[in-house]
Design a protein around this ligand. Sequence first.
Ligand code: THG
Length: 282
Amino acid sequence: MLTVLKLNQQEHRIGPGLPTTVIGERINPTNRKAFVEELERGDFETVRRDALAQKEAGAQVLDVNVGTGSVDEVRILPKAIEVAVQAAGLPICIDSSNAEAMEAALKVYPGKALVNSVTGEENSLGKILPMVKEYGAAVIGLTLDDDGIPSDVEKRVEIARKIIERSVEIGIPKEDVIIDPLTMSVATDSKAGAVTLEAVHRIATELEVNVVLGASNVSFGLPDRSTINAAFLAMAISAGVTAVISDPTNVVLTKAILAADVLAGKDDFAQRYIQNYRARKQ
Ligand code: THG
């Protein structure tokens, strides 16, 4: 199971045994008022700056999300992607729930992008998978359906299996489907983290696909969130995730990811760990 993303001639590989892929999440308007205002007036300076900062902090893929009520995503998302590509030269994870914006972005992206995301909902499968196929992209499949995120492991594995089956049926190679089992907050459900980690393990081993996870939800409502997120990311790597959606400029998170890779045997001679240490000292 090897997912290959491309930007022009350049490739990025995601797979077990390889260092965990860090997908930089900062280009996202959530809780960033000044960024929203920039996007509203067609200013891409923060996109440019965040793209470069995340590359320098060690991101290998950049998530680009410009979804807020006040921004015309169909027009702005392709531009933001062009700016991010120009600034960082990294493959892009296109993060949008707007199918029209997704298609506009896929049209301009020079390579094999990662579509974020499709869900197990019929409407999503029917709209997004044909696009992924047509543009030769890879896709993140979220284990939720019309009833939301299931609280049990079995149902999440079932949704993951369905997304993979439907993808393969329309001609998307299985290795181009990456499953995200999502997580709820441990502040409201003490088993939320454990259930997600078990889902990661089962999906990675039984379905044999790459698994990705973001940590931000898991700590919602708790103080000192980075500490919880860092531990969760390390445990997720141990459970079998091969990519994480994270803020690489957050040193607490990045140190945990790189240390977990060393301990999980995914970073030969601790090469990446040491390289990141040196880059931070400069
Ligand atoms: N899985 C997949 N895609 C995802 C997520 C996931 N996309 C969105 C999200 N989760 C990951 N991205 C973010 C981006 C920003 C924040 C959290 C997750 C965030 N931003 C700061 C805040 O809200 O306080 C902004 C702070 C700042 O100004 O820098 O928390 O799970 N497939």
